[in-house]
Design a protein around this ligand. Structure first.
Ligand SMILES: C[S@@+](CC[C@H](N)C(=O)[O-])C[C@H]1O[C@@H](n2cnc3c(N)ncnc32)[C@H](O)[C@@H]1O
Length: 279
């Protein structure tokens, strides 16, 4: 089979399965299935023949995607800030809006030599590892209630080479977050309401861990627990569900946080709420 035929057939199958960017994803899957395909696609050598091995690998990847398994799980890795993280069903796929969370978090520790940071619900380790990667002195404690997610975060920690500065700890946020020791608490907690789960895309609803998606009140819980965990003058940076920014902003103000602001994501939706714990 030629690259061109493989691409056309896969694009049709993915489109039929309801995948939005079918051609682009078919190209990415083809590039993954064989080392030299990416270059061939770039130069449009679509008449080239795939080897039997390459064809089998491509077929396997396309079949997974046809089942609406997320592209990041099929590829097994995904870009986040400057890192390439391993991704699989053990944890949520890091999202572009969470890169804004990291941006805001870094802003508050930029001038500190060795800030103590707590990442609540670390998943793949995305936020913790990106902060460690982009702030040479930061020391991060990253907690998660899911041992599966922590195992993946550990693999990512090895890959990203920030070993000495990120501690991964199995811990449930409902047990509290410690006392007055952190310069920054950052979190992208689960925030899908249970009733909204059926409305999500199949890639999310059927493949990503529900413990990473669904919770009522986890955002509020982090905001409350962080009042104990932050040192006076430390910062809380929270990713919030679209449409809840103002409510979380008010909660932070009621709890005693100062300089509370909302940052929108690239689509203009309220996404990140942050505040400074009173000095
Ligand atoms: C939305 S995911 C965020 C993952 C990662 N920080 C990111 O932004 O890609 C939420 C994470 O919180 C964890 N989690 C859910 N409930 C928790 C709890 N009560 N205590 C600690 N972690 C929890 C989940 O296992 C999941 O990894």
């Amino acid at each position: 089979m030629t690259l061109g035929d493989a691409l056309a057939a896969a694009t049709a199958r993915l489109a039929e399965a309801g995948v939005e960017s079918a051609r682009l994803e078919a190209e990415l899957l083809l590039a993954r299935a064989c080392d030299d395909c990416a270059r061939a696609l770039l130069y449009a050598e679509l008449h080239r023949e795939l080897s039997a091995e390459q064809e089998a690998a491509f077929e396997a990847n396309v079949s997974r995607r046809v089942q609406r398994e997320p592209l990041a799980y099929v590829l097994g890795e995904w870009g986040f800030r400057r890192l390439t993280l391993k991704t699989d069903q053990r944890a949520l796929i890091p999202r572009p809006e969470t890169e804004i969370v990291v941006e805001r978090a870094l802003e508050h520790i930029r001038d500190e030599a060795d800030p103590e940071v707590l990442d609540v619900g670390t998943g793949t380790g995305a936020i913790a590892l990106a902060i460690a990667d982009e702030h040479a002195g930061a020391r991060i404690t990253a907690i998660d209630a899911s041992p599966e997610a922590l195992a993946l975060a550990q693999e990512n920690r090895e890959l990203t080479g920030v070993n000495g500065r990120v501690d991964l700890v199995e811990h449930d946020l409902t047990a509290g977050l410690g006392r007055s020791q952190f310069d920054l608490v950052v979190s992208n907690p689960p925030y899908v309401e249970p009733d909204d789960l059926p409305t999500l895309q199949p890639e999310v609803r059927d493949w990503e861990p529900h413990v990473a998606l669904v919770a009522s009140g986890a955002t509020e819980e982090v905001a409350r627990a962080a009042t104990e965990a932050l040192r006076p003058g430390g910062w809380l940076v929270l990713e919030t569900a679209a449409g809840t920014g103002e409510r979380i902003q008010e909660l932070l103000q009621e709890l005693g946080y100062e300089r509370v602001t909302i940052t929108p994501d690239l689509a203009g939706r309220d996404r990140v709420v942050e505040g400074k714990w009173k000095s």
